[in-house]
Design a binder for this molecule. Structure first.
Ligand code: TYM
Length: 334
């Protein structure tokens, strides 16, 4: 609890360009929850270097992502929006937690398996212990709730296991976090292969809608979206492409699949695709223009970065000192 409010933590990687999946699965929920909780929204740049990055590009992307959090509607005064690398407590706590995490547990992580298959020439130790750093992110702020898309659930489970293991030895040090998965949009699929999640790293540019895509590109991508030959707008497991389009539509409009299916009764796939494309354009356009406006205001963004890094450090240090004391590190002499 901070000032009588429960704590929320979440983060995104500044790797690649954000997709509609990131927006509908995470960012949109962040905005919804931001009034209710004391929120920490991090640009997780430490996580990004588990894959080789161009330094200038990473810096630029990190700043763009931080700006985008604000453009999407997060108030940077009420919410702590900051760079993970500006708070050294993340790495320090991750080290301690590494010593309370088993190789066997990390070996079971599907994201590690996927990423090591994709980057076979760079299976570094950071990629392997990535979930421990994520646990440190969450536990450092004594978070109650962590809004994420479905793909991060396994990492949330390991975070809870690590916290419970630590608490069982040292007493109630960490709050045990709960995942928050939105009813809709928790798993937006590729527009080209609806069995795969929409991903920043997809090589097919038509597979993902990016947050900064121009209206024409968005419309074109939806028009080319893979559907099926059923010619029937229904929400079921055998029509994954159509279901994904309906999911996107419902999440944007905050309606249920039943309502959407009713709306498209008697209509064809072309109409569905146009309607989904137009809806997405109308959701993303205001975010894009706000992003462009904010990007030009360097002093304002710099001020946010400075103030929030201080706030995050202050809260993080409290947990870190408690942990250091519990495990037996010598006290600091002031
Ligand atoms: P990242 O950067 O891959 O994704 C950011 C958020 O977007 C969600 N997401 C999706 N949701 C629905 N459909 C999709 N197709 C889709 N693709 C991505 C993700 O679930 C995530 O919520 N390891 C994390 C970042 C992280 C983090 C944390 C998150 C680091 N520390 C602590 C929460 C708490 C990641 O790489 O997310």
């Amino acid at each position: 609890m901070i000032d009588g409010k429960k704590v929320l933590f979440s983060g995104m990687q500044a790797t690649g360009t954000l997709t509609l999946g990131n927006y509908l699965g995470a960012l949109k929920n962040w905005v919804k929850l931001s009034e209710e909780y004391e929120c920490f929204y991090s640009v997780v740049d430490l996580h990004s270097i588990t894959i080789r990055q161009d330094p200038a590009e990473l810096r630029k992307r990190a700043r763009n992502l931080l700006t985008l959090y604000i453009a999407a509607g997060l108030d940077p005064v009420k919410n702590c929006i900051y760079y993970q690398s500006h708070v050294s407590g993340h790495a320090e706590l991750a080290w301690v937690l590494n010593c309370f995490t088993y190789m066997g547990e990390l070996n079971r992580m599907t994201q590690f398996k996927d990423k090591s298959a994709k980057h076979a020439d760079n299976i570094n130790a950071g990629l392997f212990t990535y979930p421990v750093l994520m646990a440190a992110d969450i536990l450092l702020y004594q978070s109650d709730v962590v809004p994420v898309g479905n793909d991060q659930l396994q990492h949330l489970e390991i975070t809870r296991d690590i916290a419970q293991r630590f608490n069982a030895i040292y007493g109630d040090v960490f709050t045990i976090p709960e995942p928050y998965i939105g009813k809709q949009g928790a798993r937006i699929m590729s527009l080209q292969e609806p069995t795969k999640k929409m991903s920043k790293s997809d090589e097919n540019p038509n597979a993902s809608v990016y947050l900064m895509d121009k209206p024409d590109d968005i419309m074109r991508k939806f028009k080319r979206a893979v559907t099926d030959s059923e010619a029937n707008i229904a929400y079921n497991d055998s029509q994954l492409g159509v279901r994904n389009l309906l999911d996107i539509y419902c999440t944007c409009k905050n309606i249920t699949p039943e309502e959407a299916v009713k709306e498209f009764d008697g209509k064809g796939y072309a109409e569905l695709k146009t309607a989904v494309g137009e809806t997405v354009v109308s959701v993303l356009s205001p975010v894009q223009s706000e992003f462009e406006r904010l990007q030009k205001d360097k002093a304002y963004i710099d001020g946010i970065i400075k103030a929030n890094a201080e706030k995050a450090n202050y809260i993080a240090t409290k947990t870190l000192r408690k942990v250091q004391k519990k495990v037996g590190f010598p006290e600091r002499i002031r």
